[in-house]
Design a protein around this ligand. Structure first.
Ligand code: B12
Length: 456
């Protein structure tokens, strides 16, 4: 049997890997979704992975089954690809975050859908496909306990096109109640953890010194994380991951994390307004703690990439400049600016349903406004988001950040890493012409400031 697994890419991302100047490599990593599926595939099945960011889909491939992974923004492209293969009488199965949360929708476009983990149902999917009985939704209601997971067959990827293919996942899911988050919804606010020993063994086998832990909230269980960090210390590797800022209440924990090789944390700061955080059930992240927290992380050589979201109900046109000033002031190293996006399958999507004006999922990539914001017009939100991204990644700001980085404890050790990501973000603003304008300053349209008028 031959199986083709596809990671779709849409819009500007399709074949971005072939570009000479901005090839998106810095932002390309993991692929664990399909690698995990591949790892679960019986050894007598011939398997191939296609990543549409770097290669064409082989439309005329002689295969018996096509598996496609997708998050919401990639669902329309996944459906297009599925349609092409189904036209050729090749059955298609969809999996990943969007099909997990919107299984019934996804089933309209495929022969079968896997909702939840592949582990535990993929063998049945393969067997059913072999028997010509592939159909319906394969719900993984009793997800596996993550014991004895097989190694991801990373050799199936063309490693040179990725920032790193050395991605590891120690835990799955998140216990937080953030009502806008797909992870919370898909994991039903629970987290499963692999055995520390198994994770450490996998990491020890990784060639090279750098890897990424793609966990959603690695430090949620401090004891677990401590055990993992202790196991990582002797491996002398460098890694980055995601966490909440809550960890700074324990300086010894942060010290151990740094000793274990952590050089960067992605932290979903989301917003600098406490009111906004309360509104999305994320009140545990208090704004006044940010400064102290970032200083502590920096003092241990850990850089901070902040996830910043614009478009909360409490955000008005002044939010952009204020946020930019605070990001500068707090010495945040990197940002991923996003536009608030109510994702289907989350409680927030239902709650905002009447304000959503765009249900084309390909716009749900956190860079497009898909709902009517409360405190400004949709155009102002788009412009402000673009403006903050453009301003934050202006070369003079990058130079200032890198100078500071070089002066911090262990700063030189990760200077290259910081420089590479900063310039990749800068490259993206240039190649994709992201510039925007500050809605609070450039009063281009009076309507931008008064959404009611613009609707009238
Ligand atoms: C690493 C990562 C990225 C990386 C790389 C993704 C990649 N190609 O591997 C990068 C940086 C590129 C990325 C980008 C974005 N990401 Co991202 N990303 C992740 C992250 C943190 C880990 C992905 C991963 O490796 N998971 C590990 C695997 C094992 O888990 P899994 O994907 O759930 O797969 C399991 C099952 O779902 C199932 N399965 C998955 N696929 C398939 C396919 C088949 C056929 C089958 C049978 C089963 C199956 O089996 C797997 C094993 O059990 C996830 C969070 C998460 N926990 O998944 C967010 C996540 C997927 N990303 C998300 C988002 C929003 C984005 C961006 C839009 C963010 C942005 N602001 O730009 C962009 C989109 C870029 C684009 N347009 O292409 C959201 C998606 C939400 C949604 N509903 O769409 C997530 C869930 C994060 C979140 N907190 O909400 N991301």
């Amino acid at each position: 049997m031959k199986v083709l697994l596809i990671a779709p890419a849409s819009g500007r991302w399709r074949k971005v890997g072939k570009n000479r100047i901005f090839n998106g490599k810095t932002f390309r990593f993991s692929m664990l979704s399909l690698l995990t599926v591949a790892a679960e595939t019986p050894p007598d099945v011939d398997i191939k992975i296609i990543d549409e960011q770097i290669e064409e889909v082989p439309w005329d491939a002689q295969v018996d089954l096509v598996g496609i992974t997708c998050m919401t923004a990639l669902a329309p492209r996944a459906y297009e690809i599925a349609a092409e293969f189904r036209k050729r009488n090749i059955p298609v199965v969809l999996g990943g975050m969007h099909p997990t949360l919107c299984a019934e929708e996804a089933l309209n476009y495929a022969d079968a859908v896997v909702s939840g983990d592949a582990e535990g149902v993929w063998l049945k999917v393969i067997a059913d496909a072999q028997a010509g009985q592939l159909r319906g939704i394969y719900r993984n209601d009793y997800p596996c306990q993550l014991r004895g997971l097989k190694r991801p067959p990373r050799h199936l990827l063309q490693g040179k096109h990725y920032a790193t293919i050395q991605a590891v996942q120690a835990t799955r899911g998140c216990e937080n109640q953030c009502d806008f988050c797909s992870i919370s919804a898909a994991s039903h606010h629970t987290q499963r953890r692999r055995l520390v020993e198994e994770v450490a063994n996998e990491i020890a086998e990784i060639p090279g010194r750098f890897f990424i832990l793609v966990d959603d909230n690695l430090t949620a269980d401090r004891d677990y994380a401590r055990n993992l960090f202790n196991a990582l210390v002797p491996l002398r590797k460098k890694w980055v991951t995601q966490s909440t800022l809550g960890i700074v209440d324990d300086p010894d924990f942060v010290r151990l994390m740094a000793k274990a090789g952590c050089i960067g944390l992605f932290v979903g700061l989301e917003t600098f307004s406490d009111g906004n955080l309360e509104a999305v059930n994320k009140g545990f992240h208090r704004v006044e703690k940010y400064r102290e927290a970032i200083r502590l992380l920096h003092s241990h050589g850990i850089g901070v990439e902040a996830g910043i979201v614009f478009g909360f109900d409490g955000d008005g046109p002044a939010v952009f400049k204020r946020t930019l000033q605070l990001l500068d002031d707090l010495e945040v190293d990197l940002i991923q600016a996003s536009i608030f996006t109510p994702l289907p399958g989350t409680p927030r999507f239902e709650a905002m349903s009447s304000r959503i004006f765009d249900r084309n999922w390909s716009h749900y990539d956190f860079h497009n406004v898909v709902f009517q914001p409360q405190g400004m017009s949709a155009e102002a939100l788009q412009a402000g988001h673009d403006w903050v991204t453009y301003e934050f990644y202006r070369p003079w700001r990058i130079a200032r950040r890198l100078t500071r980085q070089a002066q911090r404890p262990r700063g030189l050790a990760s200077l290259l890493y910081h420089a590479a990501i900063n310039f990749a973000y800068y490259g993206r603003t240039v190649c994709w012409n992201i510039k925007g304008w500050n809605p609070a300053k450039e009063r281009k349209l009076i309507f931008d400031l008064v959404p009611q008028l613009s609707k009238a």
